[in-house]
Ligand binder design. Structure first.
Ligand code: ADP
Ligand code: ADP
Ligand code: MG
Length: 644
């Protein structure tokens, strides 16, 4: 749009991509958001310093703070978002529910008032009927939300929701509503201007969530019929009009299995998942936010809104699907994004060599794809995820890829309980499919020979190697041994590829892969394949369509010796409580000498704005505390020792 831009950054984001993308960048303080991104005065002074005349707040942080919008207005700076009054109204879920009801939008049965004590919470919940949901009035991003099925759960949920809300939002008011079972989350994008025009840009389905946080979003929803879509859209527009909404915003609804929909909340900002609507509606929402903030009248009319095709977004998180999606931190040792095109979009703020810190949300990147129909958008997403290579932190790419192949997902039978139901123990990469053995063995052989050849080229390494090529090799996968024979010329560098004989079959592998490239693109018997690959110790790890496999390659002679190697057993850690994630030890609930029972609370660890309770796996006696409240913990760090 030809507008010059200024970035603000904290210590942790010194080398952030947004810093380099903008024309200027202003440092606003230490990494904890409370000391930088959330300090209104620092943002105001960055504006004064640079002469910025408008601020786009993005999502999170101050994007939904009335005080921020007001403070900017007092300085004569434009807030690129709705007016302060509507932020105040909608930013408070209690007031928002009341406003929705007044505007004729169906709401979830609930008690829209602050609940002061756990005892009152119990009384109210009994009135509404369990299960209920406790929510922070100021909540967002899935934080400060707890489900309770009975009184005991409710009392604990009250304590946690209150404390999480205070931590995350500086406002500990919570309220109660009915928990709708097996619901879908479907939301309507609205867009308004300062002339009272409001339109909607149809829906996004965001039912694939974990911890009330969206993971996969798509537009349109595979569930809505035209009548429900129209009804939801018009009610969202009515609510927006009733409260004077004048920017891009989202009305979130919870939809039950019979397509009854209820107002959840209105987000008075750009959504993370706005990219799917941008694809299906061929519109730039941020551009429109800027235009209407500048006082332009909207030129799009409701009857011009015409969606086309299908779009899916996958959020790449730094978390370990294998350990119940615990957040993960660390350095992005390797970071390679899929290639962007007219149908593939990658939004991210990270870079190779950068760090995923414990200070902010664990989102690394978002991948959005577009296709003529749902199947083609999903197929394109699978391919894009197969090209996304991240090393250094745990991430959910294999999990996202598996979701894209999950039969229930493909049928569009979604609910917000989808992940919990389909992956109750978290997600472990699928085991190797037997029909893939051929291609896995072939790729491992290709990699191994290219590594050997490179080592041979380095003077002084492996003297004498290569004078004679041994044709007999063995791949070891999950303790099974697969012998093969490799054709002679493979020993001379094998630039194009070579032929492998396995069980009497020929596997002809061809590839221009070079050592250290994280993706092997090859053909095996003329069929194209791509694998993400890593060298792990002296072996290879291959990733393909959400599956992960470790392969060792030996000469026939070494394979015989490898079969005799004893298995290495991990040390017995059962008498320790270790930290499952990097984070801050918020509190210890036990003392040395104390006896605990199974299920007792031992400690609370705070990471990425979430509070996680660690509980006793069985009863026993605490002998020693190895950490103190306030300590920063790494993964696997010992917190408490028990009697053996
Ligand atoms: P946030 O502001 O954190 O996004 P929301 O009110 O939008 O909070 O709720 C987040 C998610 O929690 C929803 O997408 C939905 O999955 C779930 N949820 C919220 N309210 C209910 C409810 N009454 N019944 C069932 N699930 C709910
Ligand atoms: P560590 O105890 O440091 O984890 P190992 O005991 O597994 O390492 O191996 C020590 C060294 O021997 C490493 O440099 C490794 O690359 C090499 N090595 C291990 N196994 C084999 C093998 N089967 N063939 C050749 N080298 C090996
Ligand atoms: Mg929400």
């Amino acid at each position: 749009m030809g507008i010059k831009t200024v970035a603000v950054y904290s210590d942790a984001d010194k080398y952030g991509r947004h810093v380099r993308a903008c024309d200027e960048a202003i440092y606003i303080g230490p990494s904890p958001a409370a000391e930088s991104y959330l300090v209104i005065d620092k943002l105001l002074s960055a504006c004064r310093q640079t002469g910025a005349d408008a601020v786009h707040p993005g999502y999170g942080f101050l994007s939904e703070r009335t005080t921020f919008a007001k403070a900017l207005a007092d300085e004569g700076i434009t807030f690129i978002g709705p007016n302060a009054e509507v932020i105040r109204l909608m930013g408070d879920k209690i007031l928002a529910n009341r406003a929705a009801k007044e505007a004729g939008v169906p709401t979830v049965p609930g008690h829209w008032d602050q609940i002061p004590t756990p005892e009152e919470a119990v009384e109210i919940a009994n009135g509404i009927g369990f299960p209920v949901m406790l929510k922070a009035a100021a909540g967002g991003g899935g934080k400060g939300i707890r489900i309770a099925h009975d009184e005991a759960e409710l009392k604990e949920a009250f304590r946690l929701a209150t404390s999480e809300a205070r931590q995350a939002f500086g406002d500990d008011r919570v309220f109660i509503e009915k928990f709708i079972e097996q619901p879908r989350h479907i939301e309507i994008q609205v867009l308004g201007d300062k002339f009272g025009n409001v339109i909607h840009l149809d829906e996004r389905e965001c039912s694939i969530q974990r911890r009330h946080q969206k993971v996969i979003e798509e537009a349109p929803s595979p569930f809505l019929d035209a009548a429900t879509r129209h009804d939801m859209g018009m009610r969202a527009v009515n609510l927006a009009k009733a409260c004077g909404y004048d920017s891009a915003g989202t009305c979130e609804f919870i939809v039950d299995q019979r397509r009854n929909f209820f107002f959840l909340e209105m987000n008075t900002r750009l959504q993370v998942e706005h990219s799917v609507t941008e694809f299906t509606h061929n519109i730039d929402l941020v551009e429109w936010m800027i235009r209407v903030a500048a006082g332009e009248e909207m030129t799009i009319r409701q009857e011009d809104v015409q969606p086309h095709g299908w779009s899916v977004e996958a959020r790449v998180y730094a978390e370990d699907p294998n350990r119940k999606f615990m957040p993960s931190t660390g350095r992005l040792v390797r970071y390679r994004e899929p290639i962007e095109s007219d149908e593939v979009r990658v939004d991210s703020g990270v870079y190779e060599g950068g760090e995923i810190s414990m200070f902010y949300d664990p989102m690394i990147s978002k991948v959005t794809t577009w296709g003529r129909d749902r199947d083609s958008a999903i197929a394109l997403m699978r391919r894009a995820l197969d090209e996304f290579y991240i090393k250094g932190v745990h991430h959910n790419i294999a999990f996202l890829t598996a979701l894209m192949a999950n039969p229930r997902f493909l049928q569009g039978r979604l609910s917000t309980a989808f992940i919990a139901e389909e992956y109750p123990e978290g997600f472990a990469p699928a085991p190797l499919e037997s029909q893939d053995v051929d291609s896995i063995v072939a790729v491992a052989m290709l990699m191994h020979l290219r590594y050997l050849f490179r080592a041979k080229e380095v003077s002084g390494q492996m003297p004498g190697y290569g004078r004679r090529f041994h044709p007999d090799w063995v791949a070891e996968i999950n303790k099974k041994f697969y012998p093969v024979t490799i054709e002679e010329h493979a020993g001379r560098g094998s630039e194009e590829g070579f032929d492998i004989t396995r069980d009497g079959r020929i596997l002809s592998i061809r590839s221009d892969w070079v050592v250290d490239d994280p993706v092997v693109r090859c053909t095996i018997n003329s069929v194209p394949h791509s694998f993400k690959v890593e060298r792990v110790g002296i072996g290879y790890r291959l990733y393909h369509l959400g599956a992960e496999v470790d392969v060792m390659v030996y000469t026939a002679k070494v394979a015989e010796l490898a079969k005799k190697m004893p298995e290495r057993k991990p040390p017995d850690m059962s008498k320790y409580l270790v930290s499952p994630m990097p984070g801050l030890l918020q509190s210890l609930s036990v003392e040395a000498g104390e006896r605990v029972d199974e299920g007792d609370e031992l400690a609370i660890v705070q990471a990425m704005k979430m509070e996680n309770i660690l509980r006793a796996a069985r009863s026993g006696k605490v002998t020693k505390l190895h950490a103190n409240a306030g300590d920063t913990l790494s993964v696997g760090q010992i917190i408490i020792e028990f009697e053996q």
